[in-house]
Design a protein around this ligand. Structure first.
Ligand code: Q9C
Ligand code: ZN
Length: 339
């Protein structure tokens, strides 16, 4: 399995996020990557840098104005006389206008963001672009004949929509990988999202399409982030009807129920006739995760990897969440080596 990763991820270090009423140190830290790299090294899996894809490659799944915002956000923040991290505090909810993008940086930030837990700092754009390039490179390798690849993406991507950021995500790495596979000849691509949180951005991007199946297993949005998408009755729209499938599970779900649900999700991927698979791999399903509530143990991650591999599809595995930093390496590499 080829492993792609950029050390530019470290340019994004948000510092603090708004969480449960307090400003707390970010859960999504550069140290997460250090633990994964250490575990990859122990497993003798070498790491390669991504290719340079131009920002235009992003426009296949993202809105141009949104990409421009991400690229310039921090410079505008500084031009407004501020420094350090950017966090939004006002959003265009029901009854407010969404047809106008405010010119000032505060309003613009609230327009594009959907939570106050995703700081932008000076290096965020460079880090997010490098993360997207890792996913695109991992997909390109599959198009060139590799059977599997792993993009060690940071920041993660599955919460980022066509023109929204949040949930620690700025650019949708998994969606970009799926689109790259489509553009390079795979007629039907499935995205299977096993992060603890619903992949709202990926779902939104492909919601009206029948060429990319989106299947997600996650903590129920009734109580779990991102709260406003990921219910079982969301099944796609127009041509995409039937090509989105959600499996929300109760907080506290353990391996036995998880495994049975995963078997159903894999069945959907197989029935779709996918020619290639993108896995949004979050290991925040781990019982020790500080912000999540499933009960998967260390020993279950290799079982998950083996179940994914049983599909026998060309597969791009994209790193998403996982916040029990010290265990994240073992859990991720447990999936990869079993795969
Ligand atoms: N005030 C991923 O696992 N936490 N993202 C809520 C908002 C957001 C998780 C804080 C959790 C996002 C990729
Ligand atoms: Zn997550």
């Amino acid at each position: 399995m080829r492993v792609i990763h950029s050390d530019r991820h470290a340019l994004h270090d948000g510092g603090f996020e708004l969480h449960r009423g307090e400003l707390v140190p970010c859960y999504e830290t550069p140290a997460r990557v250090a633990y994964i790299l250490r575990a990859l090294e122990r497993a003798a899996m070498p790491v390669e840098a991504p290719r340079e894809f131009s920002p235009e490659a992003l426009l296949r799944v993202h809105d141009a104005g949104f990409v421009e915002f991400l690229r310039n956000a921090h410079a505008q923040w500084r031009a407004a006389g501020r420094s350090g991290r950017m966090l939004p505090s006002g959003f265009p909810a029901r009854g407010l206008r969404r047809d106008r993008i405010p010119a000032g940086i505060n309003g613009m930030m609230g327009y594009y963001a959907f939570d106050a837990g995703t700081p932008i700092v000076e290096g965020t754009w460079q880090a997010a672009l490098s993360s997207a390039q890792s996913a695109l490179t991992a997909a390109a390798l599959i198009a060139e004949g590799e059977r599997s690849s792993y993009a060690l993406c940071r920041p993660p991507g599955h919460h980022a929509g066509g023109s929204t950021y949040g949930g620690y995500c700025f650019l949708n790495n998994a969606a970009l990988a799926a689109q790259e596979l489509r553009d390079r000849g795979f007629a039907r691509v499935a995205v299977l999202d096993v992060d603890y949180h619903h992949g709202n951005g990926t779902q939104e991007i492909f919601y009206a399409r029948d060429d990319v199946l989106f299947v997600s297993i996650h903590g129920t949005p009734d109580t779990e982030y991102p709260y406003f998408l990921g219910y079982a009755d969301e099944r796609g729209i127009d041509a995409g009807e039937g090509f989105t499938r959600n499996f929300p599970l109760a907080a506290g779900t353990g391996w036995e129920d998880y495994r049975a649900t995963l078997a159903q999700a894999l069945d959907d991927v197989a029935k779709f006739g996918a020619e290639a698979l993108v896995v949004s791999l979050g290991v925040d399903t781990f019982e020790g995760d500080p912000i999540s509530s499933f009960k998967l143990g260390k020993r279950h991650f290799p079982l998950l990897g083996a179940m994914l591999a049983a599909l026998r599809l060309p597969t791009v595995i994209v790193q998403e969440g996982g916040y029990a930093a010290e265990e994240i390496g073992e859990n991720v590499v447990g999936v990869l080596t079993a795969f």
